[in-house]
Design a protein around this ligand. Structure first.
Ligand code: PEP
Length: 255
């Protein structure tokens, strides 16, 4: 595999943090620190912050994304936001299948697949999250779980549409816990995901797929994680809310 085929992507996942005014301030803090980045920089922010984020990011190299979208184009789904609505705002990216959606909001592999297809149809690029629970890692079934999540999420997605997919490997036990997978553990599972892409599609598609690691990635461990052959970037929670920390991770990805 040739890592040079893939552009590194560092995406922040702000989760349920920041008001629109705070969003403007944080994007304005991040922008000058990352202006020379040699990787794609994305901030995925709460729905109500999207407009403020887009305005603050104008003229910078920061792309703005959402944290979820519904699978229907419109209809009686109170409180939901469609992929078409996001695309109509000029957005390009959306996170789908984050473990917090799976854990707290009943997201399943099937609903993830439906949301992925809707986002692709709307022209968005999906950051698709997969990852095992601690019990599953301890049982030795990480590869099976992550492979199955990936296969179901990509059902009905064509080889051509893979250019609209980025995969984030996020071990659930490492998210927001301060426990990071070792660089070797992250590399191994990102490699498993790449093999799954080769199996479903082909080796060329697998070689081009950007696979991020997420789970307590920070300014201290980013260098080592991002040096691994199968780790093409990061999905960053906590550290993406502090401009200097996020910028350091982007610096590591730009090497
Ligand atoms: C995430 O929210 O996807 C994440 C990886 O969070 P954290 O970096 O805080 O572990």
């Amino acid at each position: 595999m040739n890592k040079q085929l893939r552009k590194a992507i560092i995406a922040g996942n702000w989760k349920m943090n920041k008001t629109p005014a705070e969003t403007t301030k944080l994007i304005e803090e991040i922008a000058p620190l990352v202006k020379n980045a040699d990787c794609t920089v994305i901030a995925c922010v709460p729905f109500v912050d999207l407009h403020a984020a887009q305005e603050a990011a104008k003229g910078t190299n920061i792309e703005i994304g959402a944290e979820n979208c519904h699978w229907a184009t419109s209809g009686a789904f109170t409180g939901e936001i469609s992929a078409d609505m996001l695309a109509s705002m000029g957005l390009k990216y959306v996170i789908i299948g984050h473990s917090e959606r799976r854990q707290y909001f009943g997201e399943t592999d099937v609903t993830v697949n439906n949301r992925v297809k809707a986002a692709i149809a709307a022209g968005l690029t999906v950051i698709l999250c997969v990852g095992e629970l601690l019990e599953q890692r301890e049982q030795g079934i990480t590869s099976e779980i992550v492979s199955l999540q990936t296969k179901i999420a990509l059902q009905g997605v064509s080889k051509e549409q893979l250019s609209q997919i980025v995969i984030a490997y996020e071990p659930v036990w490492a998210i927001g816990t301060g426990k990071t997978a070792t660089a070797d553990q992250a590399d191994e599972v990102c490699g498993v995901i790449r093999d799954v892409i080769a199996e479903i599609y082909d080796i060329e598609s697998a070689g081009k797929m950007t696979i991020q690691y997420g789970g307590s990635m920070n300014e201290q461990n980013a260098d080592e994680l991002l040096s691994k052959i199968h780790v093409d970037g990061g999905l960053i929670g906590g550290a993406s809310l502090v401009a200097e920390k996020f910028a350091k991770i982007i610096e590591a990805a730009s090497k």
